[in-house]
Design a protein. Structure first.
Lengths: 132, 299
C-alpha cells in the first residue's frame, strides 16, 4: 500500500511517509481501525531507515491520524478523528479552489500557481513547524 | 558522554609523511543510528576509520568507541572485538572457500550468530564451495558483509560497502543493512561517496572534506532547514548583506540572486522583499546540492 519515498527529493522521508498515510486515508485506501505495516517490515520493504519509519508513526500518532497500540502495532484512528481530518481537508480544498480561480482570472498559469504555493509553504515551514 | 555516543571524536588529527589526512575531526554517533560518513575520495574517510579501530594512531585529538580510547592497545582490542568491520578492499583469504572462510571467522567470535549465517547465506546466494579468489566483486562484498553481520557485533563500521557494485547489488546490500539494524538494535557507521545511498538509508550524516567535518546532523533536519531562494529583479540584482542567520552562500548573476540558506527561508524572505524583487522562488535543497555546496571543488 505504501510506496517507496524519493530520498533525493529534498523532502524529509518521514514527511513523505506521513503524506502517504494521510492520502491513503483520504482516498479510502486506508480505513479507520485498519492496521499499518510494522516498523521493521516497512523499513525492509521500502529500504529506508527504521528510525525514519518510527518517526513518521510517532508524528502521525501525535496528530491523531493513527494509534500506536502497545505490542500490537499501528492502526488508523477511529471514525471521529478521520471525519475531522477529511472535514478540515474539504474546507481547505474550498479555500484553495477559490484562490486558484482568482489567480487564473489574473492570468497566472498552473505552473506559476504551483510554484507560488511551494514558495509560500517552504517560506513558512521554519516558523510554524506545523506542516500537517 | 561516553554512554550516549557509540563513536565520539574530538579534534582528531592524523598526518602521514607531511600529508594531513585528518585535520581536527569532531563526530558524535548516537546509538542506534545509521550514520553516513560522506566525502569525496581522499577526504580522510578510510584514515578516520583506521583511527577508530586502533589500526592507526592519531597525531592529535581523541577518538572513543563504546567510550573506550581507540589509541590504547587493550581498549582497541575490545573495540575491534565488539565491532563488525568491512574494509574498503574487503580483505578475505583468497585461497579459502566461502565455507572455510565462514568457519575460520566464526571460530574467533563466541557470539557468532549461526541463525543469521544461514539467513544471509540464503539471501545473498553465496556459493559455499567456491574459492574466494573466484568470487565476483559483488559476491566478495556480500561475503565480507555476512562475516561482519554474524559476529554478534554492537557496531558495524563499513568502508565504502557498495563500491564497485551494480545498482541491484547495492540495493541488496542496503536492504540487508536496514533489515539487520531493525532486528538487532545496533549502530552502523558507513563511509561512502555515493550520495544516493546515504540519502536512502542514513538517518544521520557527516560530510567530511579535507579531513574535517564540514557538516553534521540528522538528515531530516537538514532537509527541513536547507532552502534555496531565488530572487529575480527588474535590473541588475543588488548586493545585499543579509542579516538573517543561516546564509550559506549568495550568488549574483545578472538579474538573478540566489541564496542558499541552512535555516529556512522565512527570515531571508523578510529581508529580500524589501529589495523589491519581481519574483521569488523557494525550493528544497537535496543532499547532493548540500554536498556540492559544502565540499571543496577540484582545484
Amino acid at each position: 500500500m505504501l510506496f517507496r519515498p524519493n530520498p533525493s527529493s529534498g523532502v524529509p522521508i518521514y514527511l513523505q511517509l506521513m503524506e502517504q498515510v494521510k492520502h491513503g486515508i483520504e482516498t479510502g485506501a486506508l480505513r479507520p481501525g485498519e492496521q499499518l505495516p510494522g516498523i521493521r517490515p516497512l523499513a525492509e520493504e521500502l529500504v529506508i531507515n527504521p528510525n525514519t519509519v518510527a518517526k513518521a508513526y510517532r508524528e502521525l500518532e501525535h496528530e491523531g491520524v493513527i494509534e500506536l497500540r502497545h505490542g500490537a502495532g499501528a492502526f488508523v484512528s477511529g471514525q471521529v478523528r478521520e471525519k475531522k481530518l477529511t472535514d478540515r481537508l474539504r474546507a481547505g480544498q474550498t479555500i484553495v479552489a477559490a484562490a486558484v480561480e482568482r489567480l487564473h482570472a489574473r492570468g497566472v498559469t498552473d505552473e506559476e500557481i504551483r510554484r507560488l504555493f511551494e514558495a509560500e509553504l517552504a517560506g513558512l515551514s521554519r516558523s510554524g513547524g506545523e506542516r500537517g | 558522554m561516553a554512554d550516549t555516543f557509540i563513536i565520539e571524536t574530538a579534534d582528531l588529527r592524523k598526518h602521514y609523511d607531511g600529508v594531513e589526512a585528518v585535520r581536527g575531526l569532531s563526530l558524535q554517533v548516537p546509538a542506534g543510528s545509521i550514520y553516513g560518513f560522506l566525502g569525496r575520495n581522499g577526504a580522510g574517510k578510510t584514515t578516520t576509520i583506521k583511527l577508530l579501530l586502533g589500526m592507526a594512531r592519531p597525531t592529535g585529538g581523541r577518538a572513543r568507541v563504546f567510550g573506550l580510547a581507540a589509541d590504547e592497545d587493550r581498549a582497541s582490542v575490545d573495540i575491534r572485538r565488539r565491532t563488525g568491520f568491512v574494509s574498503d578492499d574487503k580483505d578475505l583469504y583468497d585461497y579459502m572457500t566461502v565455507a572455510e572462510m565462514i568457519r575460520f571467522t566464526a571460530a574467533f567470535f563466541p557470539r557468532w550468530r549461526a541463525d543469521l549465517e544461514q539467513r544471509y547465506l540464503r539471501a545473498f546466494a553465496l556459493p559455499l564451495d567456491r574459492k574466494i579468489k573466484a568470487l565476483s566483486r559483488g559476491m566478495r562484498t556480500k561475503l565480507a558483509l555476512l562475516l561482519a553481520l554474524c559476529r554478534g557485533a554492537e557496531l558495524l563500521i563499513l568502508d565504502e560497502p557498495t563500491a564497485g557494485l551494480d545498482p541491484a547489488m547495492t540495493e541488496e546490500v542496503l536492504q540487508a543493512l536496514v533489515t539487520h539494524v531493525a532486528a538487532e538494535e545496533m549502530t552502523v557507521f558507513f563511509s561512502s561517496h555515493q550520495i544516493a545511498e546515504v540519502d536512502q538509508i542514513a538517518d544521520r550524516v557527516a560530510i567530511i572534506d579535507r579531513g574535517r567535518a564540514v557538516l553534521t546532523g540528522a538528515l531530516d533536519d537538514l532537509r527541513e532547514s536547507y532552502r534555496r531562494i531565488q530572487l529575480v529583479f527588474d535590473g541588475d540584482a543588488p548586493e545585499p548583506a543579509f542579516r538573517a542567520p543561516g546564509v550559506v552562500r549568495v550568488r549574483r548573476k545578472g538579474r538573478v540572486l540566489t541564496v542558499l540558506s541552512s535555516a529556512g527561508a522565512e527570515r531571508i524572505l523578510d529581508e529580500a522583499r524589501a529589495l523589491n524583487p519581481v519574483s521569488v522562488d523557494v525550493v528544497p535543497v537535496t543532499l547532493k546540492e548540500i554536498f556540492l555546496e559544502t565540499v571543496t571543488v577540484e582545484d
